[in-house]
Write a protein that binds this ligand. Structure first.
Ligand code: CA
Ligand code: CA
Length: 471
């Protein structure tokens, strides 16, 4: 018995030492899952606190190496990359990007919204107001790559990832969208793949690595999901996504789960508009070949004209119209896709779609055979990932808030962080129950990180590290 325990304990120490770390947005391949523990149920400034560290503003998430935590922030007009000691939270260094450009953005976005990525030693950070920077573990600048200015109506939001030994960054924007691969050792651009049919999006890619073959980078965008090889070739595409995509996809085996939401994409809101030639013939009264706000019939207007006028000249042209027209028939949904296809897989690889109570921003999490969704208002839906059928839907009575951070899971629990700073802990089960609601007293937009039985949560003013300290 004792011997069995010793072996089990030794194995558990080994497991802890080799646990995969949280190195990118939403942790291991963007799943939001680090199934290790014990993780705390109750926590706060007075409870199960390992350490806390004050931080400047920012909505990016912490990423971890064995010894360090990297975050981005902004303060006094500087775009900052910050390193903390993982064990104590002590700030080790902070570095400012060489310059800062102020870009237009949505009120919920932030100059430091994209999450950095680490290869375990170095950090790679992206700021819409500058571009990419890389520092080593001691804070020495390795390289910089200025990018932009960007034409993302709501500001940049996608985070860089590492895939196939390359740094990948998706820059979806209203004009000249593209995906980039960069040599992480020196910042040189390896390839730049134009994405002319995509407008502003905020989703961070994930990687599908099949049992055999090369990795495929999965990139959700407006109306379409695309799989790219690590040398930038399109491998597959699937249509039927919503207009703007914000949440990240989840790969599980040979399946991918994704939820996409945009204003006006509820199934009942569908409006079939005519094609460009008919619209121009009927409404272009001044004959300039474009349609102005005063020319177009009022009930066909987009709720936000400037967002659809991609070159901001005040009028819609054929390309603007095509995109806007597609928006009015696009529908919000959570979907499951079978991976491994090539070419257009829209008709062959979509497994199911679910269309009620789709999260606006928060990504889904798939944990122990259940898919979890959380929508603003604290509406939680659990789905059977095989069939897409609802297991339970209900409201988090203690947190009827906005949910912009994505849920994370581990140790039999699912953590959902609200914009009001209430962290709801669910018992991981299709028929979920609330184990606790922990109020941190200030807003949370950053997706928490989990590693080695610790929970890292960024609020408006600090980073908390919580553990299961109460025995
Ligand atoms: Ca006109
Ligand atoms: Ca225009």
């Amino acid at each position: 018995m004792l011997r069995g325990c010793l072996i089990a304990c030794a194995l558990s120490v080994l497991a802890a030492a080799t646990a995969s770390d949280w190195t990118r947005f939403r942790g291991p391949n963007g799943t939001g899952v680090a199934d290790e523990g014990p993780l705390p149920v109750s926590f706060g400034p007075e409870t199960n606190l390992v350490w806390e560290t004050p931080l400047p503003r920012g909505k990016s998430s912490p990423v971890l190496t064995d010894t360090k935590i990297f975050l981005t922030a902004h303060e006094d007009g500087k775009l900052l990359t910050i390193a903390l000691d993982r064990a104590t939270g002590r700030e080790l260094w902070r570095r400012a990007a060489p310059s800062r450009r102020v870009e237009r953005m949505h009120r919920l976005n932030d100059e430091a919204a994209p999450t950095p990525v680490t290869d375990g030693k170095n950090v790679f950070a992206f700021f819409g107001g500058y571009g990419l920077v890389s520092y080593d573990g001691d804070g020495a600048e390795r390289w910089t790559l200025p990018l932009g200015p960007f034409t993302n109506y709501h500001g940049m939001g996608s985070s860089p990832i590492l895939a196939g030994g390359k740094l990948i960054l998706v820059c979806d924007q209203d004009l000249e969208a593209y995906a980039l691969a960069i040599d992480p050792s020196n910042g040189e651009i390896l390839w730049k793949r134009p994405r002319p049919d995509f407008v502003h999006s905020f989703s961070t890619p994930v990687v599908h690595q099949a049992a055999t073959g090369d990795p495929v980078i999965v990139v959700p965008g407006s109306y379409r999901m695309t799989g790219y090889s690590t040398d930038g070739r399109e491998v597959w595409r699937l249509d039927g996504l919503s207009y703007q995509v914000k949440s990240g996809p989840v790969v599980h085996g040979d399946r991918l789960y994704f939820s996409g939401w945009a204003v006006g994409g509820e199934p009942g809101a569908r409006l079939e508009l005519p094609g460009w030639d008919e619209v121009r013939d009927r409404f272009d009264s001044n004959g300039d070949g474009e349609i102005s706000q005063s020319e177009l019939r009022q009930d066909w207007h987009p709720n936000n004209w400037a967002m659809h006028d991609r070159n901001k000249n005040g009028t819609m042209d054929t390309r603007d119209w095509a995109h806007y027209r597609a928006r009015r028939i696009s529908e919000n949904s959570c979907m499951a896709i079978r991976l491994g296809g090539t070419g257009d897989v829209t008709g062959s690889h979509l497994l199911w779609r679910y269309q009620k109570s789709i999260p606006e921003v928060a990504s889904p999490v798939l944990y122990r055979g259940v898919l979890y969704l959380v929508r603003n208002g604290g509406i939680v839906t659990t789905l059977d990932p095989v069939s897409g059928s609802v297991l339970k839907q209900g409201r988090l009575r203690e947190a009827i808030d906005g949910f912009y951070a994505s849920p994370v899971a581990g140790d039999g629990k699912v953590y959902m962080a609200s914009d009001a700073g209430r962290i709801v802990v669910l018992k991981a089960d299709g028929a979920w129950t609330v184990l606790s609601t922990n109020d941190l007293g200030e807003e949370v937009y950053a997706t928490p990180a989990i590693a080695d039985g610790k929970l890292f949560i960024r609020t408006a003013s600090r980073l908390y590290c919580f553990g299961d300290l109460v025995k």
